[in-house]
Design a protein around this ligand. Sequence first.
Ligand code: ACO
Length: 428
Amino acid sequence: MSKKAELIYDGKSYQIPVVEGTENEKALDISRLRAESGLITLDKGFKNTGSTESAITFLNGEEGILRYRGYAIEDLAEKSSFLEVAFLLIYGELPTIEELKDFQERIVHHTLVHEDVKSILDGFPSNAHPMGVLSSLVSSLTAFYPKSLDPNRSKEEVDGTIIRILAKLPTLAAWSYKNRMRQPVVYPNNNLDYCSNFLRMMFGLPTEEFDVNPVVSKALDKLLILHADHEQNCSASTVRIVGSSHASLYASVSAGIAALWGPLHGGANQAVIEMLEAIRKDGGDVSKYVAKAKDKSDPFRLMGFGHRVYKNFDPRATIIKKAADEVLTELGVNDPVLDIAKKLEDIALKDDYFIARGLYPNVDFYSGIIYRALGIPTDMFTVMFALGRLPGWVAQWKEMRENNEPIGRPRQIYTGYSQRVFSDISER
Ligand code: ACO
């Protein structure tokens, strides 16, 4: 018999079913609570609220565990490729050699974007943030593929939309950078792998040969794997909730990009480097900034520290820290900002304030450093994160649609005025 919890309210007892996941995570299913008792639950920021049941990603913040479809992030980062991981997240199983080849070929076939996208791109001022440009361009794909507007079409057609977005996002991301640089766009080269193709479109010029450094391409592939999904975070929840109104995949992902942009989420990687630069320019006194972060009257926070669910360590940060060391050595990069980062990490990890609150460097603390070493400009960092997170958003959207989830619509506790008498403007 399934377990139940008892709620006693106003002298009455209510039986609340307990739902259990495959990793023994337990939840109270309160879906009948309002109908039975008139009560809703209140949980600002959804800190303790499950919005769905999902079979995609498991994470245990206390133990620092992260698995995609049951596979440890450490194994995937070490042994697989980004497209293999994308296939795993979206379709649920690791691909065979044939399946991966077919997946890659289908993606390669769709990397080009419609020429008219270039005129949309030209409309943006060159100082437009690439995340805003990317979100707009992804949304604009609905205009070029109007059938995608209906997510209830056949499985094959929905899959075509999925393949298109995976294929086109690197092109759109690189082009958003070209707009920033006011450089001509570079078209995809379908003989290159996913990351090398992106790097060539970003750093190359249409008139010149461009050799992609394999160290850079490999490091980028690993970074994308580490970012590929993270269960019901701010942007994934956004994608699911937008998609729950039966908006198209492109519209849902465009909203996910906007959610990722903020400095408390994916935008933290840009904010980390800006913070480290500011500390360096201010004379490099790290302890001054640690003190500022601890001062409750100062809004300053140490960017790249803390996480909503990891309160022990972020397993992605452990992998990325090692990768950062390797890449910096291989590329012979000597970056003064890195010394500041190391000092900051040392001081904060020993400080009672950070220890007591379980604040550790998160994935974004190191990813900014590695992107910088790879020559990626600071305001493109979050775009890189979006490239990595795309398969996760797609998998979350697809699962939500396949499970036929209802439209997302939270309730609230109203705290405004009770009904007031309207007064005419002449009497106010
Ligand atoms: N620097 C200083 N203090 C911090 C920090 C920080 N980076 N993060 C949290 N705290 C403190 C808070 O002030 C609070 O202290 P209090 O209990 O004395 O009031 C306590 O730690 C808990 O913080 P909350 O904001 O309640 O934690 P929450 O889970 O809501 O926030 C978040 C998590 C947003 C990641 C937060 O730690 C933060 O702002 N970090 C910096 C931004 C960042 O790096 N974001 C990237 C996250 S990873 C990702 O999205 C891929």
